[in-house]
Design a binder for this molecule. Structure first.
Ligand code: F6R
Length: 257
């Protein structure tokens, strides 16, 4: 995988937006993440759109995940969040912004339908990812099947605590989620994972330098042929090989894959 280290969160956002804008210019299918990490990237993409440098008119989007039980109108539903933070501010066709149905009578059926919708569409070209402090990607918590499909998962206490900042009270955070599986994610053509801040340093070290294990779901990026990890200095601070990654990027050297 390529690991790009930037001095701060703005640098991470600029590098990620450059990559995503290139895909959008080709009308690609974008896999979108929510959470706080990609917000700067979305702001940069909106800026590029307003400057006439990119259009999303030919793109389709699939979100990574959704809370079970939140209606699309709920402020913290990912259906609402992605529109509020990104797609409503650019020329994305709203009918082409897809997410799992968190209000379905049977969430397991909704999971299967979402998996099938991604397959029927022809897959995802580039998948944007954040990472949880426990190494989760999308809502695949430690222990998730390494090659699993979109499914219903139960959040771990750490993730509920991390996400409670978005809700009035910790007990308002839904316990159940619909999430693309690690298998779904690995079928995307290019994985683009972002992390900023010291709180993500352990997870980034585990993802890049630990074993490939379901105990760190993000470590599946190690087996993907095209994975790019963009981190700031703080999130990179526990990588033993960070000087090597800087050297490789500065000298435009070929990587192992
Ligand atoms: C969001 C998602 C989650 C977040 C992760 C990090 O769609 O799938 O995996 O990417 O929880 O969240 P932040 O960026 O808020 O630290």
């Amino acid at each position: 995988m390529d690991i790009l280290i930037r001095s701060d969160a703005e640098g991470v956002a600029a590098a990620a937006a450059d990559i995503l804008a290139d895909y959008a210019r080709r009308g690609a299918t974008l896999g979108l993440a929510t959470g706080s990490t990609p917000l700067g990237t979305y702001q940069e993409l909106i800026r590029l759109y307003e400057a006439g440098e990119v259009s999303f008119a030919d793109s389709t989007a699939f979100l990574l995940d959704e809370y079970v039980g939140l209606t699309p109108e709920h402020e913290q539903s990912y259906h609402h969040t992605i529109r509020h933070e990104f797609t409503a501010h650019v020329d994305f066709d709203d009918s082409r912004v897809h997410s799992p149905d968190g209000t379905a009578a049977d969430p397991w059926v909704a999971a299967q339908e979402y998996e099938q919708a991604i397959i029927d569409h022809g897959g995802i070209d580039v998948q944007l990812l954040g990472i949880g402090t426990n190494g989760h990607i999308a809502f695949n918590e430690p222990g998730a099947a390494l090659n699993g499909p979109t499914h219903v998962d139960t959040l771990q206490p750490q993730t509920i605590a991390d996400n409670s900042r978005f809700f009035d009270r910790p007990e308002d955070v839904p316990i159940h989620v619909l999430t693309q599986g690690l298998g779904t994610i690995q079928r995307a053509g290019h994985l683009l994972l972002l992390a900023t801040g010291e709180g993500k340093a352990d997870a980034i070290a585990a993802l890049a330098e630990g074993p490939l294990t379901t105990m760190c779901p993000a470590s599946v990026l190690q087996s993907h042929p095209r994975a790019t990890v963009i981190v700031d200095e703080a999130a990179a601070s526990k990588l033993h090989h960070r000087d090597y990654h800087r050297f490789v990027e500065e000298n435009k050297l070929p990587r192992k894959n």
